[in-house]
Design a protein around this ligand. Sequence first.
Ligand code: SF4
Ligand SMILES: [Zn+2]
Length: 466
Amino acid sequence: MLIDTHAHIYWDSYDSDRDEVLKRALDAGVKYIICPGTDLETSVKAIELAEKYDFVYAGVGFHPHDASKADEKSLEKIEELSYHPKVVAIGEIGLDFHYNFSPKEVQIDIFRKQIKIAKRRNLPVIIHNRESHKEIFEVLESEIDDKWTGFGKLADGKLPPPRGVFHTYSGSVRDAWRAINLGFYISISGVVTFKNAGDVVKVVKEIQPEHLLVETDSPFLAPQPFRGKRNEPMYVKFVAEKIAQIQGFTLEDIERTTSFNVYRLFRIGEKPEPKIVYKIKNSLYLNLTLRCNADCIFCDRKGEAIVKGYSLKIDREPSAEELIKEIGDPSKYDEVVFVGYGEPTIRLDVIKEVAKYVKERGGRTRLDTDGHGNVINKRNIVPELVGLIDSVSISLNSMDPVEYGRLMNIDGERYYKAMIDFAKECKKYGIETTMTIVGVDGIDVERHRKFVEEEIGVKFRFRPLF
Ligand code: SF4
Ligand SMILES: [Zn+2]
């Protein structure tokens, strides 16, 4: 399921075949289309299309090119239109200092006024930003407050509330993170398929799908191999495929993750059902528990507990039989991973029983852990894992015990030592061992790599925060 989050399907180039264009999109697996207006007239047209087709939703607002057309009265009208049940955003709005079709000061003024409408209505915004990064962030950073939550969080999580999207993102990786930290998604268009895509490819390499949306920007920016022709929503697939290829995920991984992002931002579609097993790439993950002995500052276990578009928010822990039934033939997968949005060694017996099943049927197993299993189970559990678990991945988080304790909200000295001992013990027993750190601000990756590889003597992996 794909969602084209930005298509101007009211454009007159579709006047002769709009029905066919939309039908082709549906046939190609596009489930929803968001159609943003660029002035009063096209905002009304976007709503009319949303009324005509159930899978179309609308945005209302003045594009920066049309900012000089906006006055008090027309902005009031935009606010009125935003009450329509199929309006999911204020947009597209923003700044464009490349063309400067409207004077800069007017663009900034109208952008700010429309942000205020979005805040009053508690709606997300669809942002157009070209060669205006500095001013866009100045306006956003001065306007954002805790009351502006868009459609709100699903639960009391640690992510910023979803406030909007930077459409056809064309900025740097650094600015992308700045936007994400303000509660914005980064929307990728067909530009990513161009030979001269430049920074967009860098952004897709660095930014995980948890922060991305996909769009066509129809009728503009047709992706390869249609570059230069009229674009249409069905081509959003080429964008998603390119992202999957760059990031090493499957197309389904990108579809599922970005669809959840659309649900979170615009409340279009459905909230995913909690899963006890889930597939990412060609690995099968077992969601053993939501319980954990730690409480990491970056962990969203008590919040939405979403991983790559799957909800892990189970209300009951699965039994070994339930897991085995869901696994089926484990040899189909690259590996079966014992994990959870929690610490899996809390359920050691289940791990052992299920791992035995997987190993007997030719599967590979991995345990993802915080490395506190020996403390949790009050004995050295590593000998019990031999022959059942092929590889172990341990979150190192930090090589400074005080910082370790701060990040995980636990007794740093005690658990740091337990985690290091666990890693050494796994190595001693011949289990393939990796220690990971997540990309929190300011972390010295190379220092950690050296420590893990040279002092502990196991593999090192750096992974992005999400
Ligand atoms: S150890 Fe893992 S599951 Fe536990 S709080 Fe930290 S990040 Fe969350
Ligand atoms: Zn647009």
